[in-house]
Design a binder for this molecule. Structure first.
Ligand SMILES: *Cc1c(COP(=O)(O)O)cnc(C)c1O
Length: 500
């Protein structure tokens, strides 16, 4: 059975259920599987290519040894089997020419790829909690740059024994994202805007997790904390599935030969999505390059190019707000793997990051990283250009995050001459960022005097073949139910007020 260990060697090995229920390692650090299960090429070739659920079961099962096949099967059926995904394939591939595909990960209820994880995770978490049987009410504490918040609210609302608490940066998310969150119903949902950016929200949440005294006080009141951010292993494991799904779909289309390597391009913020791709590769999926695409907050591009991770820099609010992050939490897991599980190194680096805002890795690690990861970024104008270009040439709408990926891919292809079949993870529906997308195609003047919803309908006319995402319909008629705004220093107080 796969055991989970801390990246900082400060916690005993635990079961998958305990890792998911606990979220983050209480003293700091993240849970990772001690061993990564492997599939050989025959097994990959034999994976079901037309049905997401059985494929997901085969990929996830070896990571979740303390779940029975029945428990997993019903969790997966509840997550992907109903009508919460508006496409029967869950994550269809859209073919462009020249061996390029977009993996549309945005057909779930909140129109971003996070649904792939957060529709499943609540079922895993509730079952994990039942296995641990502490009898406490679970508080899911979420910091969001926009998309996780709504996806977690949708996944966890009205789940018995759970409350879901979300903090997002005030004026740091799109209007659609904000309304998606603040109009959420359910009697266990709590949402506040924070005067600060995403890193402020994430830091406050991490501090709350790491404060053991606070944890004991909560336990005394019958609560325990868990996380729906990608620091929780339960968020990452469902994401490994769609890398296999994309590959097997290409095999079935005869777009690739069995064993042929492909590239994935991943618009990146907290490094969760791309890390899931790295795990897929480690499990045996033939991947040539994982292309890490950043927006103007290009701390990761600089890191992969210099070995220095330096968050001491200006923070930019961009059109791709879900990637506006300077501290990419999941890099810690990746570095733990790159060092061959050297927790002492991780403790040093994360200590430096905390104290000085930067750390540096050595040449060996850099070379090792370069074997699988390559990186690049797109600034705001380049992102608009990518949207315009794809719409002009293929009448296909890209959202701002996916457009960052497309631009970075074009740069990569030009520089490397690599003609490998490539899948770009399309992380959000273009309708979720309608203003930016329409502005990129028609010019900013088109937006003048129009609210986000007028813009949405204009984009819909332009989109033609791409129907308006059902999760975004009627948003402006829904009553706003969450209006709290708090200072970044008052996040804990806000939480206690809600729990009182
Ligand atoms: C969250 C998000 C990202 C970044 O994903 P990470 O797993 O945090 O790297 C990219 N695009 C969209 C649309 C997102 O919602």
């Amino acid at each position: 059975m796969t055991a989970y260990i801390s990246t900082r060697n400060n916690y005993p090995a635990v079961s998958a259920a305990a890792a998911i229920k606990t979220g983050m390692v209480p003293l700091g650090g993240l849970f990772v599987p001690e061993k990564i299960p492997r599939l050989d090429s025959e097994q990959i070739f034999a994976l079901p290519g037309h049905d997401y659920i059985p494929l997901a079961q085969q990929i996830i099962a070896p990571f979740l040894g303390d779940f029975t096949a029945d428990e997993l099967g019903s969790s997966l059926a509840e997550a992907y089997g109903g009508n919460s995904f508006s496409h029967p394939l869950i994550a269809p591939l859209h073919s462009i020419d020249g061996g390029l595909y977009f993996l549309e990960l945005w057909h779930g209820p909140t129109a971003a790829f996070k649904d792939l994880a957060l529709q499943l995770m609540p079922h895993l978490l509730v079952r994990s909690a039942a296995k641990m049987s502490t009898g406490k009410e679970i508080i899911i504490l979420v910091a969001t740059s926009g998309d996780t918040g709504k996806a977690a609210l949708e996944g966890f609302k009205n789940v018995p024994g759970v409350r879901i608490v979300v903090f997002y940066p005030y004026r740091g998310v799109s209007r659609v994202q904000e309304l998606q969150m603040t109009t959420t119903d359910g009697d266990n949902t709590y949402v506040a805007a924070v005067r600060g950016n995403f890193d402020d929200c994430q830091n406050a949440v991490k501090e709350i997790f790491a404060d053991q005294g606070f944890g004991r006080a909560l336990a005394g009141d019958g609560f325990e904390l868990s996380s729906a951010n990608s620091i929780n292993w339960g968020r990452l494991v469902p994401q490994i599935v769609y890398y296999f799904w994309a590959y097997v779909s290409l095999l079935h289309k005869k777009a690739i030969m069995p064993g042929e390597k492909i590239n994935f391009v991943v618009p990146t913020g907290n490094f969760g999505n791309i890390l899931a791709g790295w795990y897929a590769g480690k499990m045996g999926l033939p991947i040539r390059k994982l292309i890490c695409a950043s927006n103007k907050n290009k701390v990761l591009t600089d890191f992969f190019q210099t070995g220095i991770y330096n968050r001491n820099r200006e923070f930019w609010q961009t059109q791709s707000p879900s990637m506006d992050i300077l501290i990419s939490s999941n890099l810690e897991r990746f570095l733990f793997e790159m060092t061959g599980h050297d927790a002492a190194k991780i403790v040093d680096w994360m200590g430096d990051l905390q104290a000085k805002g930067l750390f540096q890795v050595g040449q060996t690690i850099r070379e090792l990283m370069e074997e699988t990861i390559t990186s690049g970024f797109a600034d705001e104008e380049e992102t608009r250009g990518a949207i315009r270009e794809m719409f002009g040439s293929h009448r296909y709408l890209l959202d701002t995050h996916t457009a960052v990926g497309y631009k970075v891919y074009q740069d990569y292809r030009r520089k490397s001459g690599d003609e490998t079949v490539t899948v770009i993870n399309a992380t959000a529906s273009p309708y979720k960022f309608a203003g930016s997308v329409l502005g990129a195609i028609c010019g900013r003047e088109q937006l003048q005097g129009k609210d986000e919803f007028a813009v949405l309908h204009e984009l819909e006319k332009l989109g033609g073949a791409m129907p308006l995402h059902p999760g975004l319909k009627g948003l402006q008629q829904k009553p706003v139910r969450h209006q709290a705004v708090c200072d970044k220093t008052a996040i804990r107080r806000q939480l206690m007020q809600w729990l009182a």
